[in-house]
Design a protein around this ligand. Structure first.
Ligand SMILES: Cc1cc2nc3c(=O)[nH]c(=O)nc-3n(C[C@H](O)[C@H](O)[C@H](O)COP(=O)(O)OP(=O)(O)OC[C@H]3O[C@@H](n4cnc5c(N)ncnc54)[C@H](O)[C@@H]3O)c2cc1C
Length: 324
């Protein structure tokens, strides 16, 4: 083996709640995990101000602070946390090969994928402005809906997730206006009907966002237009929710792992195992349903335990054959 190739027992890709939790468990199980953080150290939560639903923080905590604490906890057990982006993998053999920044090659006994997913946004300048300010734009109703109790909000989207999020918001907010680009939902009939039958949800078909309006700090209204008539009008709102889907960060694995039609990695039910022995998945990279920090952390724990058991079984087989 060349000097440039490093051998590791457990390589973790990604530094969100899933990756750091996997690192804590793997380090405490003596697996000497190496974790690559990627371009977003701390993951998606570093883009949010308040996290109020992660157990153990009765007063809430900011996303960046929480992620620094998770990192410190992993480092306390000597997890090796590194900068770097995984650019290529080869899972065709018994030893799994991973390349960092197209340069460094690592051979791994186990790999835990915790690369998360990215929420899709419309891309409007005003949307991005208030998203970055933390001033009323969100891609997660379950995470942020609570901050808009008894207020009026707008949600964009037409699929099952959008309907589910609109319905969730309707239980907290005074009024929810749902913008649907076409003249019908993409969602299943049952989900569309549930939204249509909810008193405080108003659905505007053939309607798109023109601009998110605010006072420079927070959202105050959304200007929309009818894409058939071009007529514009403003809807008063303090929250603007975007529910047009997520993109899992899994492109580099597609030649080796089973993915669903959106690109989510398919895990064996009730486990963190993928279709490749020794390769495990945790967090949003495999989860299009819950997409929460606590579920990501929970599956990070599962991935480390599954990896530890896989290694133990492999070592036992080697010992048994050596004894024959
Ligand atoms: C604005 C916002 C607010 C939210 N608020 C809440 C909340 O209040 N409560 C809650 O429970 N959830 C919240 N969520 C959801 C929560 O952030 C996610 O469910 C959670 O972060 C998923 O964790 P993860 O570890 O799977 O991945 P992520 O947090 O997405 O982390 C992915 C990691 O993988 C790395 N990565 C990706 N590709 C590579 C690669 N090729 N090589 C190396 N590294 C790579 C990235 O750099 C990143 O570190 C929020 C999400 C957003 C966007």
């Amino acid at each position: 083996m060349s000097d440039t190739i490093e051998r590791v027992k457990c390589l973790i890709i990604g530094s969100g709640p899933a990756g750091y939790t996997a690192a804590i468990y793997a380090a405490r199980a003596n697996m000497s995990p190496v974790l690559y953080q990627g371009t977003q150290p701390g993951g998606q939560l570093t883009t949010t101000n308040e996290v109020e639903n992660f157990p153990g923080y009765p007063q809430g905590i900011t996303g960046p602070e929480m992620m620094m604490e998770l990192q410190a906890q992993a480092q306390r057990f000597e997890a090796d946390i590194r900068d770097g982006w995984i650019t290529k993998v080869d899972f065709s053999g018994d030893v799994h090969k991973v390349w960092v920044n197209d340069e460094k090659e690592i051979h791994c006994d186990t790999v835990i994928i915790s690369t998360g997913a990215s929420a899709k946004y419309l891309g409007l300048e005003s949307e991005q402005k208030y998203l970055k300010l933390g001033g009323g734009v969100s891609a997660c109703a379950v995470c942020d809906g609570f901050f808009y109790r008894n207020q009026e909000v707008v949600i964009v989207g037409a699929g099952d997730s959008a309907c589910e999020e609109a319905h969730y918001l309707s239980k907290l907010c005074k009024k929810v206006t749902m913008l649907v680009r076409r003249d019908e939902f993409r969602a299943s009939k049952i989900m569309a009907e549930r939204v249509a039958n909810t008193e405080n949800i108003e659905i505007l078909f053939n309607t798109e966002t023109d601009e998110v309006i605010g006072d420079g700090q927070v959202v105050t209204a959304v200007r929309v237009y009818n894409n058939k008539t071009n007529e514009k009008h403003e809807i008063p709102a303090t929250g603007f929710f975007v529910a047009i889907g997520h993109k899992p960060n899994t492109d580099i694995f597609k030649d080796y792992l089973d993915l669903d039609e959106t690109g989510y990695i398919i895990n064996k039910p009730g486990t963190a195992k993928t279709n490749v022995p020794g390769v495990f998945v945790s967090g949003d990279a495999a989860d299009h349903v819950y997409r929460q920090a606590i579920t990501a952390a929970g599956t990070g724990c599962m991935a480390a335990l599954d990896a530890e058991r896989y290694l133990a079984a492999k070592e036992a087989t080697v010992e048994a054959s050596a004894a024959v």
